[in-house]
Ligand binder design. Sequence first.
Ligand SMILES: [Zn+2]
Length: 280
Amino acid sequence: MIQVSKYLDNVYVLQDQAMSNSILVIGKKRALLFDTGCGMDAIREVVESITDLPLLVILSHGHFDHIGGSCQFDCAYLAKEDRVILEEYDDELINVWLNELSDKSIHFKSNGWKQIKDLDFHEFDLGDCIGKIIPLSGHSKGSIGVYFPSLKIRLKGKNRNNFRSIGVYFPSLKILLAADALSPVMCMMFLNHTSLEEQLDTLYKVQNLDINAFITSHSPVWFDKSLIDRMILCIQNCKGKRFHPYQYPKPPHVSGYIYVDSIEEEPVGLIVESEDMSIV
Ligand SMILES: [Zn+2]
């Protein structure tokens, strides 16, 4: 079952059974679906129950919990730098993972991922707003975000509360959909991850981007841009610090090393594949 949360009147967060969030942004002429979940829920049905506009499907990166649902669509765009990840996934492996995550029996078919096309454009128009593709390499080499420099907001009633925490009440918002690339606990141990240096460059780039807020895939809140400063500090501070062994509790069950830099309202830390990576 997909859980639907209306964050704004034109922005929905669709959370699947694997707790992976896909974001639906509805424009005047088209809608964007950013990520598709792990593939065990009927995400297409849910999207079509919300909007009948033509749909543009863009994948934030190539990890299975973001691309699995792409099989339900004719076309989904993925940065070509993450295509190597698809070669690591066979249906048998994905089925083992999905059946572990679901309480029902799942029969997943990737169809050879033939619906996944190379992301070959830098921006798109939903009719009343432009979305720009922002490379966010680190969590994976081909991680991208979608930046809306001026998303008209339609905020009614209780949806205003979603933005109260960051105190913005503008007629339009500058937001970045960032998926796993900007998770406050930055995870660089999964397939096709890059280096801490590259993650740091990505954070500097986002620091220079004019945004009011950003949203990631596994936290159900909008983050204030100031969180990026703490993430930068985390990478700067981690040098020479002790990293503790860490086992990811869910599929793909990878192990690595974790460093937590600060707790505050939102914990900020790093998970790396090998201890050598912690030397920046
Ligand atoms: Zn990921």
